[in-house]
Design a protein around this ligand. Structure first.
Ligand SMILES: Cc1cc2nc3c(=O)[nH]c(=O)nc-3n(C[C@H](O)[C@H](O)[C@H](O)COP(=O)(O)OP(=O)(O)OC[C@H]3O[C@@H](n4cnc5c(N)ncnc54)[C@H](O)[C@@H]3O)c2cc1C
Length: 435
């Protein structure tokens, strides 16, 4: 290509689109390349926290989103259904802020349409980047059926968790398989708490349910790796394992979907966000790392990457900001998933302490939702909340043991909690050592 561009963005998933718009908004001339425009028809991010939505509002995408938002209730916060069968716990977003949810493909289409309205962005679909040679981006253009190249001083890799750009940088991604996710559409059902994301606990893994359209609800079932690998009839397995924890009003639609529609599967990986590339080839979104979807945080973090990249004066400033502000979301996702899924007695005690804290203290619900939405990324704020949960769990267990005349078990109880106490520090150390 003879035309020159200030920036080439590789990948037009949600984060690539927002990155292209954020840079163009700041005056850059941007080329956006997408290998497989139909790839967005898959199970992936559908829930956006308020700070993610704010980034879109700032870029002028709000109009198309508000039409969707007005047609069904969504984005109010979360309701957790405890595994002990006690009353659900409602966690509203703080300060009346609102999130948003819609089908992944709808969101990506909407963002690509918004991209086309930016005169400073040129979007080439069916363009797979295969090589970077210094500042030359080489790509296969499937529409023209030829290899093309373009020169740019700045390249941004927004090519997702299997990022080719990351590999070209020589970064070997450390990805840990956590579990599998089954995604199912339920049609014409009413959720117990319309407008909220539902988290059902007590199954083999947590189940998330939220509205993604006037007539459609998405449910995501977290399936342990072993169960995924060993179950022969997956639909029958999902019914047997998860129907006992779903509300009876959803069951007929759940059964119908399992019997009549294919289940969308994907793997849930953990890869810490420690690598952001370099000044000339910068990584954003899942190309930097990814977490379990339990906290629905991937797109919000990616949109914040895009915003910070466009507003940072140097790469070093961008990288510093992202390292600092993604540690708490990572820690929260990791610890919440452990607390919600593990069955050992320290995890069960913490889980029940968390329910108790949420029920008893509005200030803790507020604090949790500030952390979950990404409004608050101060690590001390997280640690003080986390330690309160630990304190309650340890105290209750020890009192229980003493009252049952098992005082000698106190030392082993304290030892069992050691890994939880050390968790935030271990994770920060592993980030430092990987960087
Ligand atoms: C089951 C599941 C549920 C999730 N739920 C949520 C949620 O509710 N909320 C949330 O915020 N996050 C959620 N996430 C995470 C979210 O999906 C990701 O964080 C988000 O999709 C990352 O966007 P991205 O643009 O960085 O990457 P991707 O969405 O992976 O997009 C990358 C794009 O780059 C293109 N590409 C790849 N290689 C090349 C190449 N060589 N040349 C050109 N183009 C290329 C791809 O075709 C793709 O379009 C979930 C993830 C999973 C797996």
């Amino acid at each position: 290509m003879s035309e020159s561009f200030d920036v080439v963005v590789v990948g037009a998933g949600p984060v690539g689109c927002v990155t292209a718009m954020s840079l163009a908004y700041k005056g850059a001339k941007v080329l956006l390349l997408e290998a497989d425009p139909n790839g967005s028809r898959r199970l992936a991010g559908e829930w956006l926290h308020p700070p993610g939505l704010k980034v879109l509002q700032h870029l002028g995408v709000e109009k198309s989103i508000s039409t969707l938002r007005a047609s069904y209730a969504n984005g109010l916060g979360f309701v957790v259904f405890p595994d002990d069968g006690t009353e659900p716990i409602q966690l509203n977003y703080p300060d009346n802020s609102l999130g948003f949810s819609c089908e992944h493909n709808t969101l990506v289409k909407l963002l690509r349409e918004a991209v086309l309205a930016y005169p400073r962005i040129q979007f080439i679909p069916f363009a797979r980047v295969t090589q970077i040679e210094h500042n030359k981006v080489i790509f296969e253009n499937r529409v023209l059926e030829k290899t093309q190249s373009v020169i740019s001083e700045n390249i941004v890799g927004a090519d997702g968790r299997s990022s080719t750009m990351r590999k070209l940088l020589g970064i070997q991604p450390k990805r840990h398989l956590i579990s599998y996710m089954a995604g199912i559409f339920l049609e014409n059902v009413t959720l117990p708490w319309e407008g909220f994301g539902h988290v059902f606990l007590g199954g083999l893994g947590p189940v998330l349910a939220y509205r993604i359209g006037c007539d459609q609800v998405r449910i995501c079932l977290d399936v342990p790796v072993d169960c995924f690998k060993t179950s022969q009839n997956k639909a029958a397995f999902l019914w047997d394992a998860y129907s006992p924890i779903l509300p009876s009003t959803l069951l007929p639609a759940f059964r119908y979907a399992l019997e009549n529609r294919p289940v969308a599967w994907c793997a849930n990986h953990f890869s810490p966000r420690v690598h952001y590339g370099s000044k000339t080839l910068t990584l954003v979104g899942d190309a930097t790392g990814c977490y379990h979807p339990i906290t629905a945080t991937g797109m919000t973090l990616g949109f914040q990457d895009a915003e910070r990249l466009a507003t940072s004066k140097t790469f070093a400033e961008f990288q510093r900001d992202r390292l600092l502000h993604t540690y708490v979301p990572e820690l929260l996702t990791f610890s919440l998933y452990q607390v919600f899924t593990r069955l050992d007695y320290s995890a069960v005690a913490i889980r029940h302490a968390v329910y108790q804290i949420w029920r008893q203290y509005p200030s803790e619900r507020y604090r949790t939702m500030r952390l979950l939405s990404g409004e608050e990324t101060n690590v001390l704020y997280f640690i003080s909340s986390f330690q309160q949960g630990l304190r309650i769990a340890v105290t209750q267990l020890i009192m229980e043991q003493i009252s049952m005349g098992r005082g000698r078990e106190v030392v082993s109880t304290l030892a069992a909690f050691r890994e939880w106490i050390e968790l935030p520090f271990k994770m920060v150390l592993s980030r430092i050592s990987k960087n």
